[in-house]
Structure formats: structure tokens, C-alpha cells
Design a protein around this ligand. Structure first.
Ligand code: AQP
Length: 334
């Protein structure tokens, strides 16, 4: 009998969901929900690895659930819940802290990026964040994990941890090795201000990202101000290699319009970037503003969002407890 396919992924409730989350993760979540059993988690324990104001955190959890639903996730089809409501995540994370090696964590580039220059001052939680992520996935024995390219390294670590656990405890195939599902074309949406950095919720400048809740006016302004290039749009991708901001805008246009990169260049080469920006802003307004309006509408009924979390928690906890029972036994915990 083959392994049962199960999808797991998480989103941090750290602020406004943006175009990177939408194209890199949420759209993928929605299409997978049609094919497989899916578990989508608002990862609040990950969020607190960096200080969060308690009231903002509570609101952001609900807002993330609203973002899930507004993007097309159906709580009747997918399990939607918040991480801290299922205690098994923290318990398994501890066990996996004892499996993962310090050398493995030292190689994680996201810690280096997020901790900045003074690593001594970063929280211990931020350092062991990838072990908690492995626990999130392995707690459900998930086989597929839709993520943006920024999470590829963490996924590889989750596979290493699963493999070492299976080997150390002589329980071959107990944990399946989770496969990353990374969108091929838009694996990484970059900042509108600096094309070498990914679009991110925690970036200071709001002009660096398109938020799902942005109005048509804000989207138009942000795209108009986005960094591009003073030369004309070229006719081949090679000429965009050293122009990450311009490439990013073209990539986003290609993804949303569903026109291949080559055809976008065929259509636009020789034109100024203002031409692309006008068309891109139009597309973004028609794709993103309905999602934003739906998020705002859903936030008007918080009890509905809390109810989604409550039902999701109950379903998730059943799977988690069943797996944890076996994990405790394998490890020798009474
Ligand atoms: N710029 C991006 N391009 C493509 N995919 C992205 N994702 C995030 N940013 C981009 C994907 O969205 C999912 C949820 O990410 P997250 O919010 O849990 O954490 P993150 O990757 O740390 O996102 P941010 O916006 O950068 O949050 P902060 O600023 O709080 O750290 C993941 O699948 C991620 O790959």
C-alpha cells in the first residue's frame, strides 16, 4: 500500500499578507485543496520567535484566516487552525530538537538574514525555528509541503531530521520524507524597492510590497513608484539578468496574466517600463482588490473566523494525538 498523500503548510501571522504570500503560497494551497487532503496552519508559535505585541498577534491570526478564506480556501475541505492550539507541535519540536544537529542549524540562511549582524541578541526560538517547522510537518506525517523558494532549505532540513529519526530508532519509513511543492515560475516575488530582497511583511517600507488589503489607489501608486530600469524593455531575458527589479515586475505580470515570459517580452520589447507598469497595475487591481475586500468583510465577523479555527483545531488534534502516541512509544517516553 502506498503512503497516503497529505499536504501541510503554514503562514506566520506577522502582519499584512502580501503578493509574495499570495503567488508563492496561497494560490498553490487553493489548487492543492482540490486534489489532496490539506492542513493549513497559522503558525503563531513561529511568529513569536520575534517579539509580537499580544493584541496585534491575536488580530493577525484572525486576519490570516480571513486571508486564507478570501483567497479561496474552504474550511469544509481543508483543515485550518492555529499552531499553538494543538500542543503536539511544541512537544514534537522538543523531541526533534534532540534529533537535529547544531551543525545543521548553523547552515540555515534565514536565521542569518533575520538575526542580522548581532546574532547573540536573537532569540533561541529564532535559531531553532526550523526544528519547529519540521515538527509541524512531521506531526501529521505530511508528504507534500507547498512553500515559496525561501523555505526550500528548511524543507531539506525537515527531510534530514525525518531520516535521522527513522534511522536512530530503527523505524524505517515511519516519517515520510516531505516533498516541497515550489511554484516553478514565481517561487520568489521580490521587493518593489530592492529586487535582491524578497517581498516581506516585516520590511519597513510599505512601498516594497503589494498587500492583499491595498486599495486600487495604493496599488497604482506602489507600482508607479516601483524601481524598474531607465532603458527600454529588452527582447530577451539575458538582458534582464542584472536588472532584478525590472525582471521582478515582468515576472509578476507574466504570472498573473498567464502569458509566458518570452511572449511578454515579444509584446513589450522596445517600450518603456511605464507601459508595463500601467498594464501590471490594472491586472493587480483586478486580481487583488476583490481578495482584499473579502478579507475586510470576513474580519467584520470575528466569531465566524474563531469558529473555523475551533473546528480545525479539533480535526488537527485527532491526527496529531494519534501520531504522537506512536512517536512517544518509539522514543521510549511513558
Ligand atoms: N516574497 C515571496 N515570494 C514567494 N513566496 C513567499 N512567501 C513569503 N514571501 C514570499 C511564502 O509565503 C508562505 C508564508 O510565509 P510566512 O509569512 O510564513 O513567512 P515568511 O516567508 O517569513 O514571509 P514574510 O512575508 O517574509 O514574513 P516575515 O517578514 O514576517 O518574515 C511561505 O510558503 C513562504 O515561502
Amino acid at each position: 500500500m502506498g503512503i497516503k498523500k497529505l499536504v501541510f503548510s503554514g503562514v506566520q501571522p506577522t502582519g499584512n499578507l502580501h503578493l509574495g504570500n499570495y503567488l508563492g503560497a496561497l494560490k498553490n494551497f487553493v489548487s492543492l485543496q482540490k486534489e489532496m487532503e490539506c492542513i493549513y496552519c497559522v503558525v503563531d508559535l513561529h511568529a513569536i520567535t520575534v517579539f509580537q505585541k499580544p493584541n496585534e498577534l491575536r488580530n493577525n491570526v484572525l486576519e490570516t484566516v480571513a486571508g486564507f478564506q478570501a483567497s479561496g480556501l474552504d474550511p469544509e475541505k481543508s483543515i485550518i487552525f492555529n499552531q499553538s492550539s494543538v500542543p503536539g507541535h511544541a512537544e514534537l519540536a522538543w523531541i526533534l530538537n534532540c534529533i537535529a544537529r547544531i551543525g545543521w542549524l548553523n547552515r540555515m540562511t534565514q536565521f542569518k538574514d533575520k538575526a542580522g549582524s548581532d546574532k547573540e541578541k536573537a532569540s533561541v526560538g529564532l535559531y531553532i525555528y526550523p526544528n519547529l517547522m519540521a515538527a509541524d510537518i512531521l506531526l501529521y506525517k505530511a508528504t507534500h509541503v507547498p512553500v515559496g523558494a525561501d523555505q526550500k532549505q528548511h524543507l531539506e532540513l525537515s527531510r534530514d531530521i525525518a531520516q535521522k529519526f527513522n534511522k536512530d530508532f530503527n523505524c524505517k519509513n515511519f516519517f515520510p520524507l516531505p516533498e516541497p511543492l515550489i511554484p516553478k515560475k514565481v517561487s520568489r516575488i521580490m521587493s518593489l524597492r530592492d529586487g535582491t530582497k524578497k517581498m516581506s511583511k516585516s520590511e519597513d517600507s510599505d512601498y516594497s510590497r503589494i498587500n492583499l488589503k491595498d486599495s486600487a489607489d495604493e496599488i497604482n501608486k506602489k507600482i508607479k513608484k516601483a524601481k524598474s530600469d531607465s532603458e527600454e524593455i529588452p527582447d530577451n531575458l539575458k538582458n534582464l539578468e542584472k536588472k532584478p527589479e525590472a525582471l521582478n515586475l515582468i515576472n509578476i505580470y507574466s504570472e498573473i496574466s498567464k502569458i509566458s515570459l518570452e511572449n511578454v517580452l515579444n509584446e513589450m520589447s522596445g517600450k518603456e517600463y511605464s507601459y508595463l507598469k500601467t498594464k501590471l497595475a490594472e491586472l493587480l487591481v483586478s486580481e487583488i482588490t476583490p481578495v482584499g475586500k473579502e478579507i475586510k468583510k470576513l474580519l467584520g465577523d470575528k466569531s465566524h473566523l474563531e469558529q473555523i479555527l475551533k473546528k480545525g483545531k479539533e480535526k488537527a488534534n485527532i491526527i496529531a494525538e494519534e501520531n504522537l502516541k506512536n512517536i512517544r512509544e518509539i522514543v521510549g517516553l511513558i
